[in-house]
Ligand binder design. Structure first.
Ligand code: AMP
Length: 401
């Protein structure tokens, strides 16, 4: 099935046209600066080299028309007509408590996405704009919403609730939702395939370590706990996000520095994490370069990051009771052998024996990095959220979910 996967931000539209039977990406592109003067459109269609052009698009609908035009017309076309697109799959960040699975988009689903907008004010409204643009331009196509949060709706209440006065859950739905669900689900499925075992029989800890990072405990293909919470700020140390800290720290800094909630949010989301602690960069590659040059705070940053990841792995080992595999994915998880080696150090007694050589040479490919005789496995599994969205779209239409 040919599925157009769409991911809309406030001023961007990212897409991939995927053939699900072969997992082939037929075309992909990104329109940026929508509604901000001349928009920038870069795309790779078929085997042709990447193209960058300036376009006029005042809104997501105009951007979509431009994209669809490029998909069917010479010299960049990869389709003979738009009829070939069989369905559209949308990334939607927050499904709140309304969605346990991906959903065929109807008027009711649109209302629910709108209602959940309060929980993700920066993401759900532009996601919805993308859906409405597709409805307008391609009214006959079936559309599916794939939520970042849906996979974690299987978390038991004891994982999802905060110990706050219960009225805040009742009034504002404050609880843990978790994010990156599409990625965690995808790598769990790939892991089962790789190990040749049914996902239903596996206990996994999936570590999505990228610019944003989260760790998930998965039992029998279902999320049992995850490190991100009410927002993607909770959990491990990330590129520019602090991850978990004593909530009293926020109050203290706000009082001392006379900061508004908005400034504090900026500080925690954009100026903390690897960037804030190191004072160098949010990018792990630059942290490693600095460590090599003897920069002591870069070394500290690496150690704090790894420590935060190990705490979750340890907690989830206890929660799951038995762990068949720890899986690393996303930018850092797939490429950074140093972080992986540090995360899995001194875990032999828990059944994880890293093959240091295999770990060092594995970059961006699916591979086992534990020794042959390691009782539990350590794997690198590249994530592919777009493919997962395309597959989920197909499954919803085939009612396989
Ligand atoms: P993602 O959000 O999954 O795209 O991950 C982006 C992050 O992955 C970057 O900010 C880098 O910190 C990290 N990354 C990507 N490539 C490498 C690499 N070769 N070594 C270390 N870190 C990497």
């Amino acid at each position: 099935m040919k599925v157009l996967v769409v991911n809309c931000g406030s001023s961007s539209l990212k897409y991939q046209l995927i053939e699900t039977t072969t997992s082939a990406v037929l075309a992909k592109g990104l329109v940026e600066r929508i509604g901000l003067g001349e928009a920038e459109y870069s795309f790779t269609h078929g085997e042709r080299p990447k193209v960058k052009v300036g376009i006029q698009s005042k809104n997501h609908t105009e951007a979509l028309r431009e994209v669809l035009g490029k998909l069917v017309s010479e010299p960049y076309g990869v389709l003979s007509s738009l009829e070939e697109i069989e369905a559209i799959g949308h990334r939607v960040v927050h499904g709140g408590e309304s969605f346990y699975h991906s959903a065929l988009i109807t008027d009711e689903v649109i209302k629910a996405i709108e209602a959940n907008g309060e929980l993700a004010p920066l993401h759900n409204p532009p996601n919805l704009q993308g859906i409405l643009a597709c409805r307008e331009v391609l009214p006959n196509k079936k559309q599916v919403a794939v939520f970042d949060t849906a996979f974690h709706q299987s978390m038991p209440e004891y994982s999802s609730m905060y110990a706050l006065p219960y009225e805040y859950y009742e009034k504002y739905k404050i609880r843990r939702y978790g994010f990156h669900g599409t990625s965690h689900r995808y790598v769990a499925m790939k892991t089962a395939e790789f190990l040749g075992k049914p996902l239903e029989n596996l206990h996994l800890i999936t570590c999505h370590l990228g610019n944003g990072s989260s760790i998930t405990a998965i039992a029998g293909g279902k999320s049992r706990d995850t490190s991100m919470g009410f927002t993607p700020l909770e959990g491990v140390v990330m590129g520019t996000r602090s991850g978990s800290l004593d909530p009293a720290v926020l109050l203290y800094i706000m009082e001392k520095e006379n900061l508004t909630p908005r400034h504090m949010s900026d500080l925690l989301n954009k100026k903390s994490g690897i960037l804030g602690l190191s004072g160098i960069s949010h990018d792990m590659r630059e942290i490693h370069d600095a460590v090599e040059k003897g920069h002591s705070r870069a070394k500290l940053t690496l150690e704090v990051l790894v420590h935060s990841v190990r705490k979750y792995i340890g907690a989830y080992m206890v929660e799951l009771g038995r762990v068949d595999a720890v899986v690393f994915t996303a930018g850092i998880g797939e490429n950074d052998w140093v972080v992986r080696e540090m995360c899995m150090a001194r875990m032999e007694n828990w059944g994880f024996v890293l093959d240091k050589e295999k770990n060092r040479t594995t970059r961006g490919t699916l591979a086992e990095i534990s020794t042959f005789s390691s009782p539990s496995k350590i794997l690198v599994v590249p994530t592919n959220e777009e493919l997962m969205i395309a597959l989920e779209t197909q499954w919803v239409l085939e009612e396989k979910e």
